[in-house]
Design a protein around this ligand. Structure first.
Ligand SMILES: C[S@@+](CC[C@H](N)C(=O)[O-])C[C@H]1O[C@@H](n2cnc3c(N)ncnc32)[C@H](O)[C@@H]1O
Length: 158
């Protein structure tokens, strides 16, 4: 199985980029990982048209999602999971023949409903809101943690 991260925008903060690179490399020890960055829609002006921004970014994201892909959308309003549950979810897909598991992260204004409707799972990392750059790092850490749990390796320490 291959993991694919579809993200709106880049990781511009150096301190987060280092973490993202580190955890991406760790995840790649277990599974192929592709990260695709979608251009952020320009906000323009003092009162950005949030619905338009989300819709445009959503179109770009959905254009990159294959018909048969299993999709996890990251959203603070989604379903909370323990790391063990996420590990179980990953294992199910690894054993169940899923070719590609796609994770979608929104930009500064979040994701439109159409993207959320495409999700097989809407996943929350916390009820609190993170920047998309931080959410990317936390997701990668949880994927790495989950994969070490699947392999019964000593990272999770439980
Ligand atoms: C700054 S947040 C967007 C906040 C926006 N106000 C909204 O309504 O979604 C940017 C992206 O990071 C991800 N994100 C941020 N906090 C998250 C959390 N607690 N759980 C899951 N994803 C999160 C989501 O993909 C979100 O679209």
């Amino acid at each position: 199985m291959k993991l694919r991260l579809l993200c709106v925008g880049r990781v511009s903060e150096a301190y987060l980029r280092a973490g993202v690179e580190d955890f991406s490399a760790r995840v790649r020890r277990y599974l192929p990982l592709e990260v695709l960055e979608i251009k952020e829609e320009k906000a323009g002006g003092r009162r950005p048209d949030v619905a338009r921004i989300r819709d445009r970014e959503g179109e770009r994201l959905l254009a990159k999602v294959g018909e048969n892909a299993q999709v996890v959308v990251l959203d603070e309003g989604g379903r909370a999971m323990t790391s063990e549950k996420l590990a179980g979810f990953l294992e199910e897909h690894m054993l169940g023949g899923t070719a590609e598991l796609v994770f979608i992260l929104g930009g500064a204004y979040g994701l439109c409903d159409e993207v959320k409707r495409r999700a097989n799972l809407v996943l929350s990392l916390s009820q609190m809101t993170f920047t998309h750059q931080m959410a990317r790092l936390f997701l990668l850490e949880q994927l790495y943690r989950g994969l070490t749990i699947v392999r019964n390796e000593p990272y999770h320490n439980r």
